[in-house]
Design a binder for this molecule. Structure first.
Ligand code: ZN
Length: 339
């Protein structure tokens, strides 16, 4: 199909009505006048065609300076691509949409991988103690009476643990204040977790599983490290920021609903990230070694707990449940240097 337009000889502004043809072999672009006289011809590859820009007339420039202009945008696209113009446009918009989706996915992934942890760390650092206290209060309120019941440990045992707790807290140079809450938690089982304001909950079930004071010291030092690094707050912010970030980027706000009940869930399941657990283990090991205690006791305790609470069916929500593999943690604790 010839394409109607205007022909301009090389170096001339005088236009002649003409038509543009693609030769049957698809190799040459020719311009002919109404009588069929050849005005310009060149291999397709040597001819430049201006890109589509709104309804601007398209220019076909020949190597010798001759020019052909047409207002038929779809027609020239069809001539050059062999498709009709609508399909070419659709293809372009598909490609653009796919590229946009990829870019959005990449931005989201980058933000979740790097932006979210950093933002969460910064938010945790900037959270005033009064706010940490309120968050801790509300978290406890959600759990007390349901998951956490008053401790059933004999008074002498309680006192012994409090003494150990004060002792381990005294080794810490972080300047944080800590408080020990002993709770009976039949539904939670052997567990310990740190609240953002320094309160550390230890369940009766965990205490009863410890065979020595050193094992408990290890658990307490581990939880104090979580407080020192604000791991609880950082987890909450991370868990909240990810749906927030996705909602921000994709415009889907339904994810926000999850943000309200996050901390109790995180704490019950001890769903700290592997990095946080490793950091808490490392800090605990250093602290224990400095006091002449052997972190291997904590390693042994973890392994025994896994045997008892997870058995052969795998771990449920326990102090170990969503922690990194116990064998890897135990090996790292046993290797831990003093500094
Ligand atoms: Zn932990």
């Amino acid at each position: 199909m010839p394409l109607p337009g205007f022909y301009f000889p090389p170096g001339s502004a005088r236009q002649t009505e003409a038509e543009l043809y693609l030769t049957a072999d698809g190799k040459y672009l020719e311009v002919r006048d109404g009588g069929g006289t050849l005005l310009a011809s060149a291999p397709r590859r040597q001819v430049t065609v201006t890109s589509r820009l709104g309804n601007l007339r398209r220019k076909v420039a020949y190597p010798d300076g001759a020019l052909f202009e047409t207002a038929d945008n779809d027609g020239i696209d069809a001539l050059l691509t062999g498709h009709n113009g609508a399909l070419a446009r659709l293809e372009r918009s598909w490609r653009l949409a796919a590229l946009s989706l990829l870019a959005i996915a990449a931005c989201t992934a980058l933000f979740i991988l790097y932006g979210v942890p950093r933002s969460a760390e910064w938010l945790a650092r900037e959270t005033p103690p009064s706010a940490s206290r309120v968050i801790a209060d509300q978290t406890l309120k959600a759990m007390e009476g349901k998951f956490l019941l008053p401790t059933g440990l004999p008074l002498a045992r309680q006192q012994r643990i409090r003494d150990r707790f004060a002792r381990v807290a005294g080794w810490e140079a972080s300047g944080h204040g800590y408080d020990l809450l002993l709770r009976n938690a039949p539904h939670v089982g052997p567990n310990a977790f740190a609240l953002p304001d320094g309160r550390i909950v230890v369940t009766d079930q965990l205490v009863l599983m410890a065979k020595s004071d050193t094992e408990l010291d290890g658990v307490l030092a581990h939880e104090m490290a979580h407080v020192n690094h604000s791991h609880g707050l950082r987890s909450v912010y991370q868990a909240s920021l990810i749906p927030a970030a996705i909602a921000f980027i994709t415009g889907d706000a339904s994810q926000f609903a999850q943000m309200t009940v996050i901390l109790p869930a995180i704490l019950v399941q001890s769903a700290y990230s592997r990095k946080f657990e490793q950091q808490a283990d490392d800090d605990a090991a250093i602290l224990l070694r400095r006091q002449g205690e052997d972190p291997a006791a904590l390693a042994g305790f973890l392994e025994r707990m896994e045997l008892k609470t997870c058995g052969k069916t795998g771990c449920g929500p326990s102090w170990l449940g969503s922690h990194p593999a116990t064998s890897a943690r135990a090996a790292r604790l046993r290797r831990a240097p003093a500094q």
